[in-house]
Design a protein around this ligand. Structure first.
Ligand code: BMA
Length: 378
């Protein structure tokens, strides 16, 4: 009798535990409550992955690398490691002005195909947008005159133009579909590095309240007016001194899924980079856990990686022990029009390539093969 009762109690306990887990997962939704089921799954899986390891990402990985452009299946990361990254960054700058290619020359048609390929093999897509200044018509790096953010807001003289730009972004995002017609989830990262002064939406070029409003307006318009439901929203600053600076322009928990920051090593002082990245990651993780958000290093790099062992001696030391979902290295532009070299991950034969292979083999680092095994959309 006793043991029978005990069994009943443990059974009831078991059912309650399962039930509360399922309801917790069901009520934990991304900022878009009508997000597609694949987007919701990605949201939960990004959280899960943050406790498992760090997915490695690379901007424009499939489009070009150092010394090559548009070769099917090629990637500098794959040339070096035999594996693709797990996360792939893309950029929509100039889509708003109907250009056929983005500001770095990537044709939007090709970009869509790369994104489908990535989704089909279980990778993650994140998209940034260096949109032109709607007030001056010049580039994202044209902060003058201050007032561009106010102009883009409802009631501002460029709000209609800005909505027209968002219509084009919406059309692009809604054209990203998997084999069964389902929308491909995207981590959308607008208005990045918004605490710096170099973009028209950043720093002293607008008030914190104005950029918060523009972030919220952008999300509300895409979601509610254009019915775009395949996005997770990433909020991200540049390097920051402390928690207050990080949160000064934060649009709010209801508008954010991923929280991140960008950091680049400048100069040869690895220790300085490790200390700053480590401290900022800790602040980020605290913010993310208090607010139930997904922490990520949304951009990083050491331009032309001039240090043979930077990956294991600097980056790995900064990342190890942290629980972030992914870290995205910036683009391997190669030799640019002005002659300058720009790349952030090694290509075959580059001086840090061997060390990158060691870094790749670290159990916490996740590239495409491991990520595919995680079934991030199921
Ligand atoms: C910068 C550089 C530029 C590029 C821009 C937008 O960091 O890589 O060459 O145009 O990002 O992708």
């Amino acid at each position: 009798m006793r043991s029978h009762r005990k069994k009943i109690w443990s059974f009831l306990f078991f059912i309650t535990v399962i039930f509360s887990f399922t309801t917790a997962a069901q009520s934990d939704l991304p900022s878009d409550k009508q997000a597609t089921k694949e987007t919701i799954r990605l949201y939960h899986n990004l959280k899960r992955m943050a406790n498992k390891g760090i997915m490695f990402g690379h901007q424009d990985d499939l489009a070009y690398g150092v010394g090559w452009k548009y070769e099917d299946g090629r990637s500098d990361i794959k040339d070096v490691t035999g594996d693709y990254p797990a996360v792939y960054g893309w950029e929509l700058g100039r889509l708003e002005i109907d250009a056929a290619a983005n500001l770095d020359g990537v044709p939007f048609g090709k970009m869509k195909q790369y994104i489908r390929d990535i989704y089909n093999r279980g990778g993650v897509v994140t998209i940034s947008w260096h949109l032109n200044n709607p007030l001056t018509g010049k580039s994202a790096w044209d902060p003058a005159p201050a007032g561009s953010v106010a102009a883009a807001l409802p009631g501002g003289e460029k709000n209609e133009l800005y909505k027209n730009w968002l219509d084009k972004i919406a059309a692009f995002l809604q054209d990203l579909r998997g084999k069964n017609g389902e929308l491909i989830p995207v981590i959308f990262r607008p208005f990045h590095e918004l605490n710096g002064n170099w973009f028209w939406w950043g720093g002293k070029n607008c008030s914190p309240e104005e950029i918060k409003q523009l972030y919220r307006f952008t999300e509300t318009y895409l979601r509610d007016e254009k019915a775009v439901h395949n996005l997770l929203y990433a909020f991200n600053t540049d390097r920051f001194a402390n928690r207050d600076e990080y949160l000064e322009r934060y649009p709010g928990d209801a508008y954010t899924d991923v929280v991140g920051f960008d950091i680049y090593q400048r100069g040869t002082d690895n220790e300085k980079f490790i200390t700053e990245a480590d401290k900022s990651l800790t602040t980020l993780e605290n913010i993310a856990s208090e607010r139930n958000k997904i922490p990520a290093l949304t951009e990083f790099g050491y331009g032309t990686v001039p240090d043979n062992t930077w990956w294991t001696n600097a980056l790995y030391k900064a990342l190890n022990g942290h629980h972030i979902s992914y870290a995205l290295a910036w683009r391997n532009a190669g030799q640019k029009a002005g002659g300058e070299m720009e790349f952030y991950v090694p290509y075959k034969g580059q001086r840090s390539a061997e060390d990158f292979i060691k870094f790749y083999k670290e159990p916490i680092m996740i590239f495409q093969k491991k990520a595919s095994g995680e079934k991030l959309y199921q």
